[in-house]
Design a protein around this ligand. Structure first.
Ligand SMILES: *[C@@H]1O[C@H](CO)[C@@H](O)[C@H](O)[C@H]1NC(C)=O
Ligand SMILES: *[C@@H]1O[C@H](CO)[C@@H](O)[C@H](O)[C@H]1NC(C)=O
Ligand SMILES: *[C@@H]1O[C@H](CO)[C@@H](O)[C@H](O)[C@H]1NC(C)=O
Ligand SMILES: *[C@@H]1O[C@H](CO)[C@@H](O)[C@H](O)[C@H]1NC(C)=O
Ligand SMILES: *[C@@H]1O[C@H](CO)[C@@H](O)[C@H](O)[C@H]1NC(C)=O
Ligand SMILES: *[C@@H]1O[C@H](CO)[C@@H](O)[C@H](O)[C@H]1NC(C)=O
Length: 420
């Protein structure tokens, strides 16, 4: 924790970029690469191309125990002739990724001759109800049929041959045609039509959504980011309501920045958030290390850390490439706006007390060794005058000597190691 906080220091720039580079280059858990596997099969180049275009390839590479039911270029051309939007094509192709491992042998040994498999279409939440399951039937004469569960047993698509297999991570097989599914082929709204504030309002973030609607500058930035990719984090109603007095206290540009701080200008699914820990730019970022926060795993949860707060992602309101919306349990407070304040505002501020004073003095009493100038206005850029740093010190963590580059290097590498 302590190490991460010091990352704000400009002197760490080189080390940091080195560690980011390392993260990018490191072989995380990518055991297979569907793009590369299918590249061995030129007859499937169109299918392969559309897996990349829809970003399904990323999702496939991240998962294990899956089966990709590929179709050849002729079958893909039939699909493309329907002139569906790329979002609808994504839904259709995601129905072709089974969340179980079926190679030729297993297909012909299905217990009782039939199995129902979940698919990526069903798993990513785009499919309503029970749509998104595929029924696999081992027919007489060695044929294996595939049918979306919604089609009530009508089988018109068959297993052709195995293409690739890495036991039991990924199997790539050919099926004769695109699986016919009216549900997957239904028109899908494009990202520009996503009603961000409408979705937030309907799912417990109405106060944040209303505040965003009232701020046309910030709303415009969110709206304009939809097409290129956007991840929005909306604080839940009780949390943002409690924060409103502080919000109202901000300058006009401060209000806009605070709202924009809750958006990230790229699409991030939950697996992406889990695998891409580190500093993250926001819609409010206007220069290196400005208005950024740190994404960090905490067990199975993902947290967003600023110098003031650690917010937890508590729910997913939308996750459809290129837009995702998550709920969080705290307002993200950028250090640029809340420098001089106490680390955590009490949810119900006691009216009589001068809210900040008692906390500060309590802290000071505990920290007998702390030099008193820490309490005064030290230079704005120094991270060490941040209350969050002091909190960390109370746990007895070794305090960083910013002048000691050697220990910083070790520290930064520890961070890198802990991220891997
Ligand atoms: C998968 O392979 C393709 C083609 O070789 C390459 O462009 C892509 O970067 C690879 N993806 C990953 C995640 O390694
Ligand atoms: C799959 O379809 C077959 C053929 O219509 C049917 O007999 C079977 O009950 C279905 N299996 C499941 C698990 O739905
Ligand atoms: C399957 O995936 C695991 C974990 O990602 C990896 O260690 C293993 O080598 C993979 N197996 C094959 C056959 O690729
Ligand atoms: C978004 O949703 C809200 C609430 O459902 C609705 O009032 C508003 O008109 C919608 N905006 C657009 C642009 O559809
Ligand atoms: C608003 O700002 C004033 C002046 O800086 C300060 O005294 C007051 O405590 C602030 N109120 C809140 C709720 O932050
Ligand atoms: C300090 O220690 C307590 C108890 O071990 C722990 O719950 C808390 O998260 C720690 N705080 C920091 C800032 O490391």
């Amino acid at each position: 924790m302590q190490l991460r906080l010091t990352m704000a220091s400009g002197t760490l720039a080189t080390v940091l970029s080195l560690s980011v580079l390392l993260l990018v280059l490191s072989p995380t858990s990518h055991a297979h690469n569907i793009t590369r596997l299918l590249a061995h099969h030129p007859d499937f180049s169109t299918f392969n191309h559309y897996l990349s275009l829809t970003h399904l390839a990323d999702e496939i590479n991240r998962r294990t125990t899956i089966t990709v039911c590929a179709v050849d270029n002729a079958a893909m051309n039939e699909l493309l002739a329907k002139h569906l939007s790329i979002y609808t094509i994504k839904n259709i192709l995601s129905l072709h990724v089974l969340l179980d491992y079926f190679d030729a042998k297993k297909l012909h040994q299905i217990t009782d001759g039939t199995a129902l498999s979940a698919t990526l279409f069903q798993a990513t939440g785009s499919a309503p109800g029970t749509a998104g399951f595929v029924n696999i039937t081992d027919l007489k004469g060695g044929k294996v049929g595939f049918s979306p569960e919604e089609n009530n047993g009508h089988i018109g698509v068959f297993f052709v041959k195995a293409l690739e297999g890495l036991k039991y991570n990924i199997s790539v097989i050919q099926i004769s045609k695109i699986l016919p599914s009216d549900v997957a082929a239904a028109p899908t709204p494009g990202p520009a039509e996503v009603n961000l504030t409408g979705i937030m309002s309907a799912h417990g973030c109405k106060v944040f959504a209303d505040t965003l609607i009232a701020n046309s500058d910030a709303e415009k930035i969110f709206q304009e980011s939809l097409d290129g990719g956007l991840t929005a984090f909306c604080p839940l109603d009780d949390v943002f309501k409690a924060f409103l007095p502080k919000f109202k206290n901000l300058t006009a540009s401060g209000k806009t920045s605070l709202l924009e701080f809750h958006g990230v200008p790229v699409y991030m699914s939950m697996p992406m958030l889990k695998s891409n820990n580190g500093p993250t730019n926001t819609l409010a970022t206007d220069g290196a290390k400005k208005f950024d926060f740190t994404v960090q795993n905490d067990g199975e949860e993902v947290t967003l850390k600023t110098n003031k707060e650690t917010a937890r992602i508590t729910g997913t309101l939308l996750d459809e490439q290129p837009v995702s919306i998550y709920t969080i349990d705290k307002v993200l407070m950028p250090k640029e706006l809340f420098k001089a304040e106490a680390p955590t505002p009490a949810p119900a501020p006691a009216p009589e007390e001068a809210a900040d004073a008692p906390k500060a003095s309590k802290k000071k009493k505990k920290k007998a060794a702390a030099p008193s100038e820490e309490e005064s206005d030290s230079p704005a850029d120094s991270p060490s005058d941040d209350p969050a740093d002091q909190t960390a010190d109370e746990n007895g963590s070794v305090r960083f000597d910013l002048a000691n580059l050697g220990s910083m290097l070790v520290g930064a590498w520890l961070v890198v190691l802990s991220m891997l």
